[in-house]
Write a protein of this length. Sequence first.
Length: 197
Amino acid sequence: MTEVPTTHRNPLRTAPNLLTVMRICLAPFLVSAILENRFGLAFALFVAAGLSDALDGLLARMLKQRTSLGQYLDPIADKLLLSTLFLVLMYKGLMPTTVTVLVFGRDVGILLVAAVLYAVAGRREFGPSIFGKANTVAQVTAVAVVLLHELTTAKWVVILRLVALDATVGLTIASGLHYAWIASHRSSSQPNTPGAN
């Protein structure tokens, strides 16, 4: 039996993309655990989601199974999971409203800017900056420590929670401003087309 070429395989059947889909499927279970105050289970599921995120990137490189679908699906899965958790934790009174509003405001702003760049300049690529990556790490840490804080009030957990929330606020603002600068630079570098305002 001849092996099907990688280019003709269903991209959803690759190991990295299956892990990403699994991470998306974890979202409702995580939400349910938090709403039911089962924070031990919620923390374990969140750690599992984080490990799957690290593993899918590793497998994509090792197995040479990077796909266009995966490049879009992976950040969507991350944003879906984090955004949902920020909202649910805010609803439970565990995540400050200011932090959640900033996180959502930044993400909505980036989506709008990306849409405008695509409409005006035909640009599809709008990759993450170093500030954006650092912000994602801060958000993941903040969610993890907020959940952990419900399991233990050890001093280091209390301190790490405050640091992670402050870092999330600072990096959310910094990365939002950086993306705005990138968008401004890219739009100004586009040549004027006939009829364009």
